[in-house]
Design a protein around this ligand. Structure first.
Ligand code: NAX
Length: 304
């Protein structure tokens, strides 16, 4: 019997990540090749014409899984204000957290926040949307996770599918801690995963330098991976990184959206427990938590 369609909302759908993301959803990359989807695309009035163009292209692509457009089960929130030259961090923060505060009226569905500052936007959404269970609000650090897998695969010359269980701890920013201590690599090489922390932390900036535009196809693909594994589950023995509401695991202060290693079953994520943390890792995990606390304070000062 044909499955009931799942309704997916994409905010910022006329932007560059939105443009790369919606055909992936319509093609079944996010929720599976047998899952019909209903796309709900949102943007601001100045982007209405461009959004209509995206809609026309979706019709032209004749995706068999794509149905009409109503209601929502999953929201991928890409919509936001991008930093312009000369703007202070506080100005960008102020514009974005205001957007996320106003979108907090959203009902009870699974939310993935992509727009930056992703962790803090997700936190504001969580704090101002008490009707959404905190377990339903997450942010994207899967792109950083996938970047870490890609770097190890390139440096050890192994297929990326032979690498698993890297961890991105903390903020989706340059203080994130890409951790290879628990990574597993299927290789006969004796070489250890090499020093690559700064490459992963600075990858977004390197892409902007090369492309003169920020990451879009890899961000869209990672957003699909995030929702795919959250809804359909993680493979046995494998974990992924997700920005989730901290419950104090690994002594990360609660009350922050922090990236942890998670496994998913039956549409629910759980933080992987009991991984040993060495002193170097501890310092890096605390540093990125500190930045998130500062961002939280800044966000609240912008909203008051
Ligand atoms: P674009 O500027 O191309 O697109 C953003 C879209 O959001 C625009 O179409 C704009 O009209 C729309 N928008 C603005 N305010 C809105 C509102 N109130 N409601 C709905 N839509 C609204 O940016 P793009 O390159 O697509 O990036 C989108 C966001 O993703 C940015 O904040 C960016 O920094 C962030 N990123 C996050 C990543 C992550 O891993 N978490 C990686 C990629 C990306 O840098």
């Amino acid at each position: 019997m044909a499955k009931e369609p799942v309704r997916v909302l994409v905010t910022g759908a006329a932007g560059q990540i939105g443009y790369a993301l919606v055909p992936m959803i319509a093609r079944g990359i996010m929720l599976g090749a047998d899952q019909p989807v209903i796309l709900h695309m949102l943007d601001i009035p100045p982007a209405a014409e461009a959004l209509n163009g995206v809609k026309m292209e979706l019709v032209d692509a004749a995706f068999p899984l794509l149905k009409g457009c109503t209601g929502v089960n999953i929201a991928v929130m890409v919509g936001g204000f991008s930093r312009k030259e000369g703007m202070e961090r506080k100005d960008v923060m102020s514009k974005n957290v205001s957007i996320y505060k106003s979108q907090a009226a959203a009902p009870n569905y699974k939310v993935l926040v992509v727009a930056n500052p992703a962790n803090t936007n997700a936190l504001i959404l969580k704090e101002f949307a008490p009707s959404i269970p905190e377990k339903n609000i997450t942010c994207l650090t899967r792109l950083d996770h996938n970047r870490a897998l890609g770097q190890i695969s390139e440096r050890l010359s192994v297929p990326v599918s032979d690498v698993k269980n890297v961890i991105i701890w903390g903020n989706h920013s340059s203080t994130q801690y890409p951790d290879v201590n628990h990574a597993k690599v299927q290789t006969s090489s004796k070489e250890k995963p090499v020093q690559f922390i700064s490459t992963v932390q600075q990858r977004g900036a390197a892409i902007i330098k090369a492309r003169k535009l920020s990451s879009a196809l890899s961000a869209a693909s990672s957003a699909c991976d995030h929702i795919h594994d959250w809804v359909l589950g993680t493979p046995e023995g494998t974990f992924f990184s997700m920005g989730v509401y901290s419950d104090g695991s690994y002594n990360v202060p609660s009350g922050l959206i922090y990236s942890f290693p998670v496994t998913c079953r039956n549409g629910e994520w759980s933080i992987v427990q009991g991984l040993p943390i060495d002193e170097v890792s501890r310092k890096k995990m605390d540093l990125t938590a500190e930045e998130l606390k500062e961002e939280k304070d800044l966000a609240y000062s912008c909203l008051s």
